[in-house]
Design a protein around this ligand. Structure first.
Ligand code: ZN
Length: 148
């Protein structure tokens, strides 16, 4: 047995696992992990209900945790994997933290940053979209289907 390749799909699966944890806790199913040197250094999911905090998005919590782990405010060597396109607020946080790469699964036409704030990220940040897009979108659709 060889170890699984540590590629974008592999890490997005970890973010998806976080999203599923969120759903099981009644939270909107968005999950995120931050990877540095092929290692997950932070994982988080949306906790707006638990914390009664509209800003407790997965990306914000992950950035805060990763900065704590590294003891650094800038995450320039890190990649964020998130199941859904970051909102404007999170894109701002990702920009401040200067992550080198952002990979997301499903796009978000209504709240995603690409429509409203395409310049919010650091100019050097590489963005990749559509990794496990169907699975990531399905988590969101399933969640809202069950609630409406
Ligand atoms: Zn957000």
């Amino acid at each position: 047995m060889t170890a699984p390749p540590l590629d974008d799909t592999y890490f997005m699966k970890q973010a998806l696992a976080e999203a599923r944890t969120a759903a099981s806790e009644g939270e909107i199913p968005v999950g995120a992990v931050i990877v540095c040197n092929n290692q997950v250094i932070a994982r988080a999911h949306n906790q707006t209900e638990l914390l009664n905090d509209a800003t407790a998005h997965a990306e914000i919590l992950a950035v805060t945790a990763a900065s704590g782990t590294l003891g650094a405010k800038y995450l320039t060597e890190c990649t964020l994997y998130v199941t859904v396109e970051p909102c404007v607020m999170c894109a701002g946080a990702i920009g401040w933290a200067q992550l080198s790469k952002v990979v997301y699964g499903a796009g978000d036409e209504k709240r995603g940053f690409r429509r409203y704030a395409p310049q919010a990220l650091h100019p050097k940040t590489v963005v990749l979209s559509g990794v496990l897009e169907a699975e990531c979108a399905e988590e969101m659709q399933k969640f809202f289907r069950e609630r409406r």
